[in-house]
Write a new protein. Structure first.
Length: 188
């Protein structure tokens, strides 16, 4: 008889934590949990995030038709395995009255304007786009699951928009990493 696991609790948004920091300042190792990697640097941005989607690396296959037929009279065919793709974490960043993650992520430093403003540019050759470490954790008193990517790039700074007239300004972002830099972690 097959056994079936049923979750004892459904996690909700308030059970979540999102942390981001510069790589390699925040880097995963085999002696620290993913979320514990942020103990001395990086910072939590859960209060400025919504609509998170974690997409683990995927492997695709292409069917190749070959000459001849097999013993069951089907044409000879194989599935050609393609390289493993990247991992992404996408979300909506809620914009506040000051830099949320721009000062840490878009460029190494802002241009000071008139002593009162900080100006950022994406794609300016004199500044480099930072490499980041990002962890999304969901937890309660005894259980936890975390998804982490390190040595990742923010590939999309989406349109800045007002979600509706009674709401807030927001912006979609996408963070991309290689498969070797993506991790699942479960608390035993």
């Amino acid at each position: 008889m097959a056994t079936r696991r049923a979750p004892t609790k459904t996690w909700v948004a308030r059970d979540s934590l999102v942390q981001i920091g510069k790589y390699p300042t925040v880097k995963f190792d085999s002696s620290t949990t993913l979320s514990g990697s942020f103990a001395s640097s990086g910072y939590g941005i859960a209060r400025a995030f919504k609509n998170i989607t974690v997409t683990p690396p995927e492997t695709s296959y292409e069917k190749l038709d070959l000459l001849g037929k097999d013993s069951n009279a089907f044409q000879n065919q194989i599935l050609d395995e393609k390289p493993v793709g990247g991992a992404t974490i996408q979300g909506t960043l809620i914009l506040g009255e000051d830099e949320t993650i721009e000062d840490q992520i878009i460029s190494g430093s802002a241009t000071a304007i008139d002593g009162t403003h900080s100006r950022y540019q994406i794609g300016n050759d004199t500044t480099s786009r930072q490499t980041v470490t990002l962890v999304v954790s969901v937890f309660d008193e005894s259980k936890e699951v975390a998804f982490g990517i390190e040595d990742a790039k923010i590939t999309k700074w989406g349109d800045v928009r007002l979600s509706d007239t009674g709401s807030h300004w927001e912006q979609d972002i996408t963070v991309l990493a290689l498969a070797k830099d993506f991790y699942y972690e479960f608390k035993d």
